[in-house]
Structures are given as structure tokens and as C-alpha cells.
Design a protein around this ligand. Structure first.
Ligand code: AMP
Length: 634
């Protein structure tokens, strides 16, 4: 591992020289005067004084050398639609979209909320915002009114760009009622809403003075040429909300120059991409992986990006491999849940297609179990690389970097600290460094490298408070993940240290789900925990205390009440946060000071020992959890 170790060492010990070199991978309108300003820890400013633009780097700069090359290949197995855009086409569409947005009064620094399904217009909108120096905030299309409203209130967007709906497994998820409700309850609603009509919602209406039809507006901006707005490297490019331990999602704020450099460097060193090749990332643009590796990363690096709307097993389990074969994909990026879904299918589906172009498959988002890692590696006959990262970091923090050194893969391990990260495993008790194989908190000694979040949107204090105060007296970034390092330096992630759960790679705060459950009028109190699930990693499970017990007096009533609660969560938060079950109890296990004993509830729900119960107020509450779990255990 000598070569990579040396590469990593240099990225920490000669930080500025290292990143100055990487910065050459992107275009700068004006070079920076200082590589790193770390005068106000833990806030790191990268490439200070440098002027650049994400849209220029992703689109314009490729026009001369690769204008005719495909930039975006859109494939929807939901609608059967396929659309291809060369860099020249993309440039045209982005200019049109930028013209549209500008005509609605959006300029540098304004926020634009993008609530879109997986369609190319979502990519145009993101790039158009970047072109104008506006700040986009993409909200996952699976989130419902309340989640959307919380993000609107925090980001205060001038404009929302949305569509009539998304599709999943042949089922339409209509957006109209959700964005209307979100705007209705929001304290600072956007003045304008652009709606892309896919023809999914026969009852799609329009609010006069507020709504504009995407196509109609586009037709008025066909020949627009919108100059790139150059921004200082540290000016925000986007806000992406992520769940934490409170009900209030955090706006992860990303800079511009550092992000461009981090992505370009990762395309080279980690993903082994080359300009002109094709990358296929199966995520959604609503998540960080979609931002970094469907949109910005591959495009900045002059690669073609495949954007896919659909399931991995529809029309059959060969669809992804057909896409790889048809488009000569060299780099693919997916999730462990998708791998576990495919594992249940006949591997012959893979063999039917010529996937010889593929160099690696990368997986991230949740722990990758060893059997799935082994199965996928054997089924593909290609290296499957697990890597670990967070919305906050924007690119991997544990990985191997095959372009630097082909380190052997250890099944179930996301590898080594990525270059740029001074990663430590710290004991929770005394912040001391853990010994090999000792479970500890995965932490990073700041400054965080380029590409990582610069702050929490509008709340510097929350940024410091949330991420840098886990270890008293020590300014280190906590990932809130447990991990271990073995004798060979390979890391393993063992799950979260906080109340965040991970359902099929989607990160959800138990608090958020609890608030959505509590929106049901008959719920007095609720505890939501994540329990292990063989397919999705974890599933949320709710234990609720009702106000009117008569409503849960019989089996039928309980079933109907449970359904109502689930529907409430769907409406409030989105189906992504729906508990797999809602069990009704009369009491929740709490400490004498009134704190929920969440870890004990979780342990019981998973059939484990509930641990230390010396502080419990009323032990009979645990019996109710045990009793509720009985049928599931049997
Ligand atoms: P998100 O910010 O939604 O991408 O979620 C980040 C969290 O997902 C991390 O803090 C981990 O808990 C988990 N995660 C991401 N990648 C991995 C991985 N390769 N192995 C284990 N857990 C992961």
C-alpha cells in the first residue's frame, strides 16, 4: 500500500501544494491568491480569490474539444423515453433554462428550489442556476409537503422548479398537492413556480400569477445566450438538506471552487474515469450522490453521464447491464440495497450482456455486507469497490483510489481514508486514538478538504455545534458513525452513533419521522427506531401511545389506525419515511428524567438485550415493546 499511503501523506502534510496541483483539473477565470485560508477554524476556505463557475466547468469548457460528444444520456424505463444530449445540446438547453430563470428575476445568490423527478430538465435547472451564480436546493421527489415546506422556510427560495410528478415501478407520484400544500403553509413561499408537465397529472392546475409552464416559458427563450456569472471560489453553489437528530433538517452548504476541484480529482484518482468515457450512477438527483456523480463530477471531467429513471429489475434484472453494454459504461456507481435486490435475481441476467467496458463498480450509502460484496464481485467479474461518504462531505472519505494504487479489496470494507482527510478513529470516552479493531467514532481533524460542506446554511453556529463539539476540548469533525480499523489499515463502518437511521441508503432522522407520526390527531406520543432489515439495511418501526384508546380496542381498529398513521407519514414526510409497522402501546420506556430509552427499544425490537436499565422510570413499558414484537419474532 506504499504508493497510496504516500499519496495520502502528502495530501495532509503538504496540503496546499497537493490541492494546488489538483486545482489545475478545472478552469479558473481568475486563479486563487491563497490555496487555503484556515484563519477561523473549523471554517476552511479553499482557493481564496479564485473565480470560477460550475456550469462553465461542466459544459462550456468542453465545447471546443468535445461539443459533439454525448454529455447526458437519459433513459426512462418508466416511460420508455430515451433522450441524448451532446455537450453542445446541453449548452443550448442550459442557456435556455438560465434565460427562463433570469426572466423570473433570479440572479446571483438567489435560491432556487428544485423539486423534480429524474428527468433531464432537472439537470438543466441545476446547471442553469450554477450558470447564473444562483444557489440551487434540490429536494428529493419522494419527500412530501411537510418536508418540502421545512426546506422552503429555511432556504427562502425566490423560485421553485417542479414537475407534475415522478414515476416509480409504473406508479405516478403526483407533486401538485404536495407543492401547493408546502407553499400554503410556508412562511416564505417562492413568488414563482415553473412546472414541467410530463402528462402524468390529468388534473394539473395552475395558480395564476404564480405558476408558469416549463415548455411554454422555454419556447420564449430558445435563442437565449446567458453569460456565465463568475463567482469567488467560496461562494455557495448549492444547499442540500440532510437529516440529523432534530426534526429540523440541516442545509448543507457547498462552495464552488473547492467542490469543482474535489470532484474532478475524485473522477481521476478514485473513479478512474477518463474524458470521453461514460459513467452510470444509479442514484437520484435529490441525493448528494446524484449531485456529485450524475451531474457535476462526470460532466466536469468531460465524461458522458447516464441518468436513469426506473427500477433495477424492470423490465427485467438485466436492464442496468444492458445500459452498460449499450453505452460502453466504464464507471458505475450504485448502492448496497440495489445490490441486495439484484442478488435475489438470476445472475444470468448479467451474463446476457457484454459488460467488458466496465472497469469498476462503486457502492456507497450504507454498510455493504460481506456476502453481498462477494456475490456481486463474482457475478460481475469486476472489482466492486465499497466507499463511504456523507452528504456533508460531497465525495468519499473512506475509499480506495485504484488510479493511484490497486490496493486489494477486503470484502465489507470501504478501504482507507481518502486523500485530503486526516481521518481518525477516536474513543468516545476520552477522544483517544483507538487501537486496531477497537470500535470508535470516525472523525476528521479539520480543515476538511475541498468539496466538503462549508457551513450549515444561514447558521455557522449550528455547523460548529453539530459537527465539532463531540469531543470536549478537541476540535474534530464527527461523522457520527462507528468504525474500526484492522491491523492492515482497512476500515469498517459499524453504523451511526446518533438517532439517524439509514433506509436503503436514505438517511432519515427518527425525530423527523416521529413528528410526522404525531401529526395524526390520535397520537399522543411516539418513539421511532431503526431495526435491521436484510434488504434495506434498516427499517423505521414506530411505537405509539394513542389519546383515545377506544380507537385501537380491537384488531381491526388497530389495523385501520395503523394504516391512517402510515398515510399521515406519507403525506407529511413522504413514503420514504413510512414506518414498516406502528405498534400501539400505553407507555414508552423512558428515564426518570423523561428521556426516551431509544437504544433499549431498538435492542428489544431487534431481539437483543436492552442494556443498562437502571434509570428506567417504569420497566413495564419494556414488556409492552416485547409483547408488540411477539408476532414478528415468531
Ligand atoms: P447520506 O448523507 O445520506 O449520504 O448518509 C451518510 C451516512 O450513510 C453515513 O454517515 C453512514 O452512516 C452511511 N454510509 C454511507 N456510505 C457508507 C458505506 N460505504 N458503508 C457504511 N455506511 C455508509
Amino acid at each position: 500500500m506504499g504508493t497510496y499511503k504516500e499519496f495520502h501523506r502528502r495530501s495532509i502534510e503538504q496540503r496546499e501544494e497537493f490541492w494546488a496541483e489538483q486545482a489545475k483539473l478545472v478552469d479558473w477565470q481568475r486563479p486563487c491568491r491563497q490555496v487555503l485560508d484556515y484563519s477561523r477554524p473549523p471554517f476552511a476556505k479553499w482557493f481564496v480569490g479564485g473565480q470560477t463557475n460550475l456550469c462553465h466547468n461542466a459544459v462550456d469548457r468542453h465545447l471546443a474539444a468535445r461539443g459533439g460528444q454525448k454529455a447526458l444520456i437519459y433513459i426512462s424505463t418508466e416511460t420508455g423515453q430515451e433522450r441524448t444530449y451532446t455537450f453542445r445540446d446541453l449548452h443550448k438547453e442550459v442557456n435556455r433554462c438560465a434565460g427562463m430563470i433570469r426572466s423570473l428575476g433570479v440572479g446571483k445568490g438567489d435560491r432556487v428550489l428544485i423539486y423534480m423527478p429524474m428527468i433531464p430538465e432537472a439537470v438543466f435547472a441545476m446547471l442553469a442556476c450554477a450558470r447564473l451564480g444562483a444557489i440551487h436546493s434540490v429536494v428529493f421527489g419522494g419527500f412530501a409537503a411537510r418536508s418540502l415546506a421545512a426546506r422552503i422556510d429555511d432556504a427562502r427560495p425566490k423560485l421553485m422548479i417542479t414537475a407534475d410528478g415522478g414515476l416509480r415501478g409504473g406508479r405516478a407520484i403526483l407533486y401538485q398537492s404536495m407543492f401547493n400544500e408546502a407553499i400554503r403553509v410556508s412562511k416564505s413561499p417562492p413568488a414563482k413556480v415553473v412546472v414541467f408537465n410530463r402528462g402524468l397529472d390529468k388534473e394539473l392546475g395552475s395558480v395564476a400569477g404564480r405558476d408558469c409552464d416549463y415548455e411554454e416559458l422555454r419556447s420564449r427563450h430558445m435563442d437565449d445566450e446567458v453569460p456565465v456569472t463568475w463567482v469567488e471560489s467560496n461562494e455557495p453553489s448549492y444547499i442540500l438538506y440532510t437529516s440529523g437528530t432534530t426534526g429540523q433538517p440541516k442545509g448543507v452548504q457547498r462552495d464552488t471552487g473547492g467542490y469543482a476541484v474535489a470532484l474532478a480529482a475524485s473522477m481521476k484518482h478514485i473513479y478512474c474515469g477518463s474524458p470521453g468515457e461514460t459513467m452510470f450512477t444509479t442514484s437520484d438527483i435529490g441525493w448528494v450522490v446524484g449531485h456529485s456523480y450524475i451531474v457535476y463530477g462526470p460532466l466536469i471531467y468531460g465524461m458522458t453521464s447516464v441518468m436513469y429513471e426506473g427500477l433495477p429489475i424492470r423490465p427485467d434484472a438485466g436492464i442496468w447491464w444492458k445500459i452498460v453494454a449499450d453505452n460502453k459504461v466504464t464507471v458505475m456507481f450504485s448502492s448496497p440495497t440495489a445490490a441486495r435486490v439484484l442478488k435475489k435475481q438470476d445472475p444470468a441476467f448479467i451474463k446476457q450482456h457484454d459488460i467488458s467496458s466496465l472497469k469498476h463498480l462503486f457502492l456507497a450509502g450504507e454498510p455493504l455486507d460481506e456476502p453481498t460484496h462477494r456475490w456481486f464481485t463474482e457475478a460481475l467479474g469486476k472489482p466492486v469497490i465499497d466507499h463511504y461518504w456523507q452528504t456533508e462531505t460531497g465525495w468519499p472519505l473512506l475509499t480506495s483510489a485504484p488510479a493511484v494504487e490497486r490496493t486489494p479489496v477486503k470484502l465489507g470494507s470501504p478501504g482507507f481514508p481518502a486523500y485530503g482527510y486526516d481521518l481518525r478513529l477516536l474513543r468516545e470516552s476520552d477522544a483517544g486514538e483507538a487501537k486496531p479493531n477497537e470500535k470508535a467514532v470516525v472523525a476528521v481533524v479539520p480543515p476538511l478538504p475541498p468539496g466538503c460542506m462549508s457551513t450549515v446554511w444561514g447558521d455557522d453556529e449550528r455547523f460548529v455545534e453539530t459537527y465539532f463539539t463531540s469531543f470536549p476540548g478537541k476540535l474534530v469533525y464527527s461523522t457520527f458513525d462507528w468504525g474500526i480499523r484492522d491491523e492492515d489499515g482497512y476500515h469498517f463502518i459499524l453504523g451511526r452513533t446518533d438517532d439517524v437511521i439509514n433506509v436503503a441508503g436514505h438517511r432519515l432522522g427518527t425525530r423527523e419521522i416521529e413528528e410526522a407520526v404525531q401529526a395524526h390527531p390520535n397520537i399522543a406520543e411516539v418513539a421511532v427506531v431503526g431495526v435491521a432489515d436484510p434488504l434495506k439495511g434498516q427499517l423505521p418501526l414506530a411505537f405509539a401511545v394513542v389519546k383515545d384508546v377506544a380507537k385501537v380496542a380491537t384488531q381491526e381498529l388497530r389495523a385501520s389506525q395503523e394504516k391512517e398513521v402510515m398515510d399521515t407519514v406519507d403525506r407529511q414526510l413522504g413514503a420514504v419515511g413510512r414506518p414498516s409497522r406502528v405498534h400501539f402501546v400505553t407507555l414508552l420506556p423512558k428515564t426518570r428524567s423523561g428521556k426516551l430509552l431509544r437504544r433499549s427499544i431498538q435492542a428489544l425490537a431487534e431481539g437483543r438485550d436492552p442494556g443498562d436499565l437502571t434509570t428506567i422510570e417504569d420497566a413495564s413499558a419494556l414488556d409492552q415493546i416485547r409483547a408488540a414484537m411477539q408476532p414478528a419474532v415468531r
